[in-house]
Design a protein around this ligand. Structure first.
Ligand code: SAM
Ligand code: SF4
Length: 475
């Protein structure tokens, strides 16, 4: 397989509006599907076909409990067929909470005068990254409010600083960002600093609801946000994350819109987004959220299963906003990335003592505050293979060439061995003895399941080299 860098220009059709609220509402009015229809759709998805919007609409319109169970079971089967047992781990790192926007659901909104505003200084940033490295983290997502201080040059500088920090055997090998939309030049600047994924959530794809929740500030502009990932593409960032904030509008609408957004990427650039996120509204200070559309646990799990089936080849992220119980269930449906050891308070990774959450210093409340090691330990107990792999983006397997889930054998050839290699580093450098014991056992089990003798042999050789002190070996 040969991977070559690719550049994109925004084709004219990319700028045509691709979210049509009336069209999505029409899909939601389709008659409830019968058993035969739902089973046909599930079969298509299990054969790894991308579902059409009509088919996704039929799944979201299904309310028969028996069929909902079948949808969840199909998502579990698809996960086993496509993804295997890897879970990629990362941590969020909040850089600054100054914000000129007024998103009614967010603790950072400008109207929340109780929020204590801070931006990490260079020295504080270094300390935060050192603390994260000392825990074993290798992948971070940097998060910023929207503020003139957090311009493209500032973002690029923070990314470079993060990459430059090396504490002991630690290093951050992939820095993703979640930041306000930029212009094409801004994206080029940020790309040049070496980011992995650029993530931006549309929050709600329903224009009227969007206007209600974003009363002022640059984020008020729905179109500017909607087209931000197209500008990112033009700026050379072809590794993109989309998302919707569930609880602002009807979850069924948002699921269909996320699929529509994915279709737009596939039609225009011939690649889908790398990841989909589906944060659910959590408690935050100074917010005004209408409870009407808050999503129940039951519906939330159901929508994750539907998204899995709708876009079988897109990575799915579920953060510590959600409690352990929901994260556990969502992983069985194919959530492929979770955060571990998360702290949202700015500057809190480096603090020795961490008091309970203070919403005046945070964007929202988290519900899974376990340490990275506790999470890894549990993943190992459940037979998952925790991974810190950063291989693909470092050898240019991104964008059109990022085919983790779509190229037959790709996972076996690259992802599983790389997961084992990065887990081995963690076990040697950071894990307590009990976790290390479990981890080596899981690595052994995965080695014995490998089907290609050449890859197995090379993985064993590299594991031995890691035991002997080498680091950062990947396929
Ligand atoms: N300020 C940038 C922006 O809005 O794009 C960066 C991202 S913001 C710090 C990260 C994301 O957190 C938002 O896009 C939103 O989806 C989510 N968020 C905001 N308030 C939330 C809340 N109360 N509960 C859960 N997620 C929330
Ligand atoms: Fe600012 Fe982002 Fe929060 Fe909106 S969601 S108030 S833009 S930090």
């Amino acid at each position: 397989m040969k991977f070559t860098p690719q550049t994109y220009r925004i084709p004219d059709e990319a700028m045509k509006p691709f979210i049509d609220a009336d069209e999505i509402h029409e899909f939601m009015k389709r008659p409830k599907p019968d058993f035969t229809r739902v089973r046909e759709i599930l079969d298509r998805s299990l054969n790894k076909q991308r579902l059409t919007l009509e088919e996704v609409a039929d799944l979201v319109n299904t309310d028969d409990p028996v069929l909902i169970d079948e949808i969840k079971a199909a998502a579990r089967t698809l996960k086993e067929r496509v993804y295997g047992n890897r879970i990629v781990l990362f941590a969020p790192l909040y850089i600054g909470n100054k914000c000129v926007n007024n998103c009614k659901y967010c603790g950072f909104r400008i109207d929340n005068s109780g929020q204590i505003r801070t931006t990490l200084t260079e020295t504080q940033l270094v300390r935060e990254v050192e603390a994260l490295e000392e825990n074993g983290q290798k992948r971070l997502i940097l998060v910023y409010g929207e503020h003139p201080e957090y311009n493209a040059d500032f973002i690029a500088q923070t990314v470079r600083t993060v990459y430059s920090v090396k504490k002991g055997r630690g290093e951050i090998r992939r820095v993703n960002i979640n930041a306000a939309p930029l212009d094409v030049e801004g994206f080029k600047t940020v790309k040049a600093s070496g980011i992995g994924t650029y993530q931006v959530f549309q929050e709600t794809y329903h224009p009227e609801t969007y206007a209600h929740y974003h009363p002022s500030g640059p984020k008020r502009n729905f179109e500017w946000r909607l087209t931000s990932l197209d500008r990112a593409m033009e700026g050379g960032i072809d590794d993109l994350g989309i998302g919707a904030l569930f609880g602002l509008y009807d979850w069924r609408y948002e699921v269909l819109a996320l699929v529509r957004h994915t279709n737009h990427f596939e039609a225009v650039y011939n690649i889908g987004p790398h990841t989909i996120s589906f944060p659910r509204i959590k408690a935050a200070a100074g917010t005004e959220v209408d409870p009407k559309y808050l999503v129940s646990d039951e519906d939330f799990v159901r929508l994750i299963a539907i998204l899995r089936l709708a876009v079988p080849y897109t990575g799915m992220i579920l953060t510590a906003r959600e409690p352990e119980r929901i994260r556990r269930e969502a992983m069985t449906f194919g959530v492929s990335q979770i955060d571990g050891g998360t702290k949202l308070e700015i500057g809190s990774y480096a603090e020795e003592k961490h008091e309970s959450q203070n919403l005046n210093r945070e964007q929202f409340e988290i519900n899974d505050s376990r340490s990275l090691n506790e999470i890894i330990d549990e993943l190992l107990d459940q037979g998952y293979l925790p991974s810190f792999c950063t291989g693909c983006y470092r050898v240019g397997r991104t964008g059109e060439h990022f085919m983790e889930f779509s190229v037959p054998g790709f996972i076996k050839r690259y992802c599983t061995p790389n997961a084992m290699l990065t887990l081995a580093e963690y076990l040697l450098d950071y894990a307590p003895e009990t976790t290390a014991e479990k981890g080596w056992k899981v690595i052994g089990e995965n080695l014995s399941r490998m089907q290609d003798p050449a890859t197995e042999k090379e993985t064993r050789t590299r594991l031995e080299r890691i035991r002997n002190g080498e680091r950062d070996l990947f396929f």
